[in-house]
Design a protein around this ligand. Structure first.
Ligand code: UGA
Length: 441
């Protein structure tokens, strides 16, 4: 078993650290935020992620994982330091690598024995070569430090499961020593390992995410065309899915992709291409389609209603997908301000995301309208003039057509996740609009 340090305790770092501990490694998670470290030590997860807290507590009690702000102690004799710090998007679409650089320098100045630095964060192709050079430049002791790329493929909401049962582990290394060490670290997971060079590993991450983003934008584009020609995107997707070359996953048309990954990684690859004098037309198209898609329902509703001014607007779902309290690039963040600008009184419901949303839009009057956070679907729908569905949480899927009919002042529903049956809505006399399923109105 190995001594592992993990830098950064966000989705990538914390989940990786906990899963390494679960596999029997000795793990120290490092974060600069003292309050966060305190919280984690008390057995509480700073992020909402199924199964994570249980594993944190189990491995902490077993003495296999600890949390600290003291990076020197954590890095000095670690066999491997995994980097799971953020690489946020800069204004121009490029990735901000300042957190990576900070940790790389801390590692260089702390290590006292041979160490493999493993970059899990998503970084532009070629970054790990630079990180290795950077570490060599700042290295204090005469030890061997190499850098490996090991991109992360977990999805929020199923992060622990995705890590323990990953479809593949990608390792990008430049020496046999690094490759063997990383393979040994991953051995207890018993998962397929694809071993490539560093640049290919970095590219696999972007190429995979952008392919998925492209798949979603493609389906959204086709959905919009379905509305014009009278086809139903759900039926179209089902028919397509039987072709194994297409597959059945990620064919759901909707209100556009959000989250911390697809929007950022499509921008980053587009930027990388431009930097290299190349135009990545397909990825650019995925970005453009998504931008329009996110406000497509708002536009439809604006045409149907004379004004949102003074209307009670129920908003069901705020997070970018179910199973997370993350709001990054969530369609709700594009739509709610438009509604408030128009003077709507928004009643928002989300099982876990409301608190984070209130940081952007505190309860009370806002712009020309107001926002109120409610604790159940019924309160949001009660006497509402119109309802928008932005996230397919279980409790939102469970709303029946009769509830819309019975609770709302005018049963007018705009569903960004295509979760309800059109015929049942019709039967219950609910005016129902979704994406790509009926001639656009
Ligand atoms: C995504 C990838 O799925 C992970 O494999 C990857 O590791 C991760 O990014 C990352 O780079 O860290 P995540 O952003 O957590 O994971 O969420 P997804 O489940 O992929 O959903 C992203 C967005 O696409 C959501 O807004 C979701 O609603 C939307 N989506 C997804 C659709 O609109 N249609 C679909 O068919 C699937």
């Amino acid at each position: 078993m190995y001594k592992i340090a993990v830098a950064g305790t966000g989705y990538v770092g914390l989940v990786a650290g906990v899963c390494f501990a679960e596999m029997g490694h000795q793990v120290t998670c490092v974060d600069i935020d003292e309050d966060k470290v305190k919280v984690m030590k008390s057995g509480v997860s700073p992020i909402f992620e199924e199964g994570l807290e249980e594993l944190m507590q189990k491995n902490y009690t077993a003495g296999r994982i600890e949390y600290t702000t003291n990076y020197q102690d954590a890095y000095k004799d670690a066999d491997a330091v995994f980097l799971g710090v953020g690489t946020p998007e800069k204004e121009d679409g490029s990735a901000d690598l300042s957190y990576i650089a900070t940790v790389a320098r801390q590692v260089a100045e702390s290590v006292e024995s041979d160490c493999l630095v493993v970059v899990k964060s998503t970084v532009p192709v070629g970054t790990n070569d630079k990180v290795e050079q950077f570490i060599q430049d700042f290295l204090i002791n005469e030890v061997n430090v190499e850098v490996a790329s090991n991109p992360e493929f977990l999805a929020q909401g199923s992060a622990v499961h995705d890590t323990l049962y990953a479809e593949r582990i990608i390792i990008g290394t430049e020496t046999e020593w690094a490759e063997e060490l990383l393979k040994e670290i991953y051995k207890p997971f018993n998962l397929p390992i694809v071993s490539v060079n560093r640049r290919s590993a970095e590219m696999i991450k972007y190429a995979s995410n952008d392919f998925l983003a492209l798949k979603i934008s493609y389906m959204n584009d086709i959905a919009n065309l379905c509305e014009l020609v009278g086809a139903d995107i759900k039926d179209v997707a089902e028919g397509m899915s039987y072709d194994e070359r297409i597959g059945s996953k990620f064919l759901n048309a909707g209100i556009g992709f959000g989250g911390s990954c697809f929007p950022k990684d499509t921008q980053a690859l587009d930027y990388l291409a431009k930097q290299n004098g190349y135009e990545l037309k397909t990825v650019k198209a995925a970005i453009d389609v998504n931008k329009i898609q996110k406000i497509s329902l708002y536009k439809k509703a604006s045409k149907r209603l004379i004004t949102f001014n003074g209307l009670k607007v129920a908003v069901l779902g705020l997070t970018f997908k179910p199973g997370t309290d993350d709001l990054r690039e969530s369609p709700s963040l594009d739509n709610v301000p438009l509604l408030l600008d128009q003077g709507a009184d928004v009643y928002a419901y989300d099982p876990v995301g409301a608190e984070n949303f209130a940081k952007f839009y505190p309860e009370g009057p806002n712009r020309r309208g107001s926002i109120t956070y409610v604790s159940n679907v019924e309160e949001a729908l009660d006497d509402a003039n119109v309802c928008f569905v932005f996230t397919e949480w279980g409790e939102i899927k469970a709303v029946t057509p009769e509830m819309y009919r019975g609770l709302m002042r005018t049963p007018l529903v705009y569903d960004g996740r295509n979760i309800y049956d059109i015929q049942e809505m019709k039967k219950a006399k609910v005016e129902y609009h979704s994406i790509g399923r009926e001639p656009g109105r």
